[in-house]
Design a protein around this ligand. Sequence first.
Ligand code: G3I
Length: 359
Amino acid sequence: MVLYPMHFRYPKKLIVIAFAVLMLAACGGHKENTPLYIHAGFEIGTAVGAKEFATDSLFRAILVREFNSITAENIMKMAHLQPVEGVFQWAKADSLAAFCARYNKRLHGHALNWYLSTPAWAKAYAGDSAALENILKNHITRVVEQFKGKAASWDVVNEAILDSTGAYRKSIWYNTLGPEYIARAFTYARAADPDALLFYNDYSLTSDTVKRAAVLALIAELKANNVPIDGIGLQEHIYMDSPSIDEIRKALKEFVATGLLIHISELDISFNHFEKPPVYLSFTDSMAQWQRERYRQVVAAYTELVPDSQKYGITMWGFADKYTWVCSYFDQPDWPCLYDTTLSAKPAYQGFVEGLKVR
Ligand code: G3I
């Protein structure tokens, strides 16, 4: 046995204290690293872009660690899945579905019918309504069957109501089939997979009161007619300065009253307004703290106001500023996500966690 001189030996008490401090630090550290979805106790999802999914291993690691629900950002839309009439390309969506199965992530299908992702061949359709009805039915049936048992849920109809007026949006589907195409889309989806949960999904539902009233009326009508709708998707591509948190809370209560599942389906919080000259050109610390508080409030509103039985979860429309659709789509700077352009968590991430703690 080696006997150390007294000044090299640590008193027992000190060792015990050091050990306790180390354990506490480890627990504290672990708490800091708790994934978002574990904090939540309900599903926390993100949209996933095909390119970063295929090429960025850090992106995939964060995806697996933090989220337990995945929505394809683009590759399950009609224009991608059926680019030519009757020709379906499944490869990318199949591989995302396999990833979800492998890592035990919920797959939320997006979107079976959306005017903006209607492929050119269908948009240009000029035949009779029965043939277009068949195209609608065939697309929904083929896609839902392909992901039967893999996709837990679907955005069946996306953005069928117009901003400000609340009128039906004109599209090849509405113009040719009338407003009943919405109900029939849900019926076709239910027939193809009776176990999948079916959502109506739209934007500006917490900011545009006329549109919100129209969507609530649509939901009431669908329910009155026994159309198989299970949930409502509130996209929530919102801004730092609007809508107010009071307006968001009011809207959430109104949607909760429908009794449907509530999915915040596409959350991101931008500084610059879309299609207006950008006001913010760089991201400062005080903006980061402001955004942290905004995320806290929005997430707290959902956590607090939506009963557990109606929570379908909160899905980010992309989790990182590096890949956000906002900058490329509108060709302007912004920082709407929880992670930055180096894939490091921002203060917004902390705000999100804080918002989950009101439970
Ligand atoms: O397909 C080309 C690709 O070949 C090319 O490499 C790339 C280069 O920029 O452009 C490509 O397509 C773009 C595609 O995103 C993939 O990046 C389209 O031009 C672009 O219009 C498309 O935008 C998507 C948009 O929906 C329209 O489908 C966004 O990524 C996607 O975030 C956005 O998502 C929508 C939801 O589905 C519904 N709610 C609103 C939300 C935001 O607009």
